[in-house]
Design a protein around this ligand. Sequence first.
Ligand code: FES
Length: 149
Amino acid sequence: GAAVEVDISALKPGEKMTVEWRGKPVWIVKRTPEQLAGLPKNDPLLADPKSERKLPDWTPAYARNENRSIKADTLVVVGICPHLGCSPSDKFQPGAQPSLPDDWAGGFLCPCHGSTFDLAGRVYKNKPSPDNLEVPPHMYLSDAKLLIG
Ligand code: FES
């Protein structure tokens, strides 16, 4: 079928890998404890902090939590902006870009029309993207093996 098996054993905290699933880039991001601790602080700044919008499977039930993930530290999202389909770039570091606020908590920036997403793929308020980044269907076959699709 269209499912993709991924070995994530080499992924270190603070790193991201990209795999292809159904012609789309899927990002797997291993977040550091500091990055995880920062997520709840973003909630008041986000358009849909609890991922309640959109179709039920846009954020599957098992990812409808603060981290939007099955394993707390490991984010799995489709790396395509829900606005018009550009691929957002990594802006993991606070203050990494002059165009971002000094207190930017890290996440992703869409270069096309400026939508910003936090490290759970949640879109900030008043941005063109109508939704958070999509979480694809996925499950763990073991600690090191992820199945997407
Ligand atoms: Fe990403 Fe428009 S395509 S903000």
